[in-house]
Write a protein that binds this ligand. Structure first.
Ligand SMILES: Cc1cc2nc3c(=O)[nH]c(=O)nc-3n(C[C@H](O)[C@H](O)[C@H](O)COP(=O)(O)O)c2cc1C
Length: 328
């Protein structure tokens, strides 16, 4: 039996977790998710160590806002400069997070070109140093890694061997290579080796990629014996994703629209002043809530250029009092 580190030891395995998604699972959306169907663990969007350890810190702290209802909440970090990981880990501790996750999976050029994210798969010695540096600053907080199964090709065995040398509290494998981005189906057949390799360690092993809902997650866990899974894009427009008692089909449109307005209001109230973010990012969410019903197309058109929560509210109340809505 594994002995999980930090807060993981207080949780019942297997874990159902929300994967971090930059500009999607921000403080507003996570607060809503925690209210309507809380996953076992939540992660912040990734935030750069280099930026956090510079004069620009104040502009990045909006990515590290969280609410007590989200606990356990893990901060995800990435960076190009090895020497900034320890200081960042200390800051994460001071901010009261429950854990630190290092991003070693992001394939985006701006991240990999400075040696961050998935670039670390090609430089395992540096990856191991980064984990050690982060641990130095993390105190008692568990340090975990979220990565992919290779860069250009699948190298589960050698990559896992390297990572396991540093004994991270958990490794999450997104079951695609960096080169594949999200364009092909996740290679779930590769997970068995990773599960086997962590069996004799205390490192938890989590899988990620293309999981559509909790039922699908259950099937994957049953087939693989994973310690947990992360669901990413399935959360779009569905903060009820982790509620076992309600299926998405059971959420009436009336409630869906009410929660969408609540989401927009939360977004506006959290991301204000120094923490302000463009309402454009909120529009992506709005469009995700509006699908699969008669009149959705027209309503999407009316909402596609909204600039504020009050506009969203107004359009939704006018839709709710319309004949189309009464007929749904
Ligand atoms: C818009 C978007 C933003 C993402 N941002 C992050 C991130 O900040 N950190 C991270 O580790 N992964 C990030 N990912 C990857 C997801 O966490 C996840 O690994 C990927 O979407 C595959 O899971 P899924 O098929 O369940 O969506 C992002 C993915 C998307 C679509």
């Amino acid at each position: 039996m594994k002995k999980p580190a930090g807060f993981y030891k207080d949780l019942k395995l297997p874990l159902y977790m929300q994967a971090p998604m930059a500009d999607v699972t921000d403080a507003a959306f996570r607060k809503l998710i925690a209210k309507y169907g809380k996953p076992d663990v939540l992660f912040t969007e990734f935030v750069t160590c280099d930026g956090l350890c510079s004069a620009g810190r104040k502009n990045l702290l909006k990515h590290l806002i969280y609410d007590e209802t989200e606990r356990p909440i893990v901060a995800q970090i990435w960076g190009g400069r090895l020497e900034k990981y320890q200081e960042t880990a200390e800051l994460i501790g001071e901010l009261g997070f429950d854990g630190i996750d290092i991003n070693m999976g992001c394939p985006v050029k701006n991240v990999t070109k400075i040696g961050g994210g998935a670039a670390l798969i090609k430089d395992p010695e540096r990856a191991k140093k980064i984990i050690e540096e982060t641990k130095k600053g993390a105190g008692n907080l568990p340090v975990t890694v979220k990565t992919r199964i290779g860069y250009n090709r699948i190298i589960v065995k050698e990559w896992m061997e390297h990572l396991l040398e540093t004994e991270p509290a958990a490794i999450t494998l997104h079951m695609r290579t960096a080169k594949e981005m999200s364009k092909v189906e996740a290679h779930w057949e590769e997970i068995h080796l990773a599960v086997e390799m962590t069996k004799k360690s205390n490192t938890l092993i989590f899988g990620n990629g293309d999981i559509t809902d909790l039922g699908h997650a259950d099937e994957i866990i049953k087939e693989t014996n994973l310690d947990g899974v992360m669901l990413g894009r399935a959360i779009f427009g569905n903060p009820w994703l982790y509620d076992r008692n309600r299926k998405y089909e059971d959420i009436l449109l009336d409630e869906r629209l009410t929660v969408m307005v609540e989401h927009a209001e939360l977004y506006e109230s959290i991301f204000t002043g120094i923490n302000s973010k463009s309402f454009l990012l909120m529009r992506k969410h709005i469009l995700a809530y509006i699908s699969g019903f008669k009149g959705a197309k027209e309503l999407r058109l009316r909402l596609q250029s909204v600039e504020s929560a009050s506009e969203v509210k107004e359009i939704v109340s006018s839709f709710k009092s319309s004949v189309e809505f009464q007929e749904i």
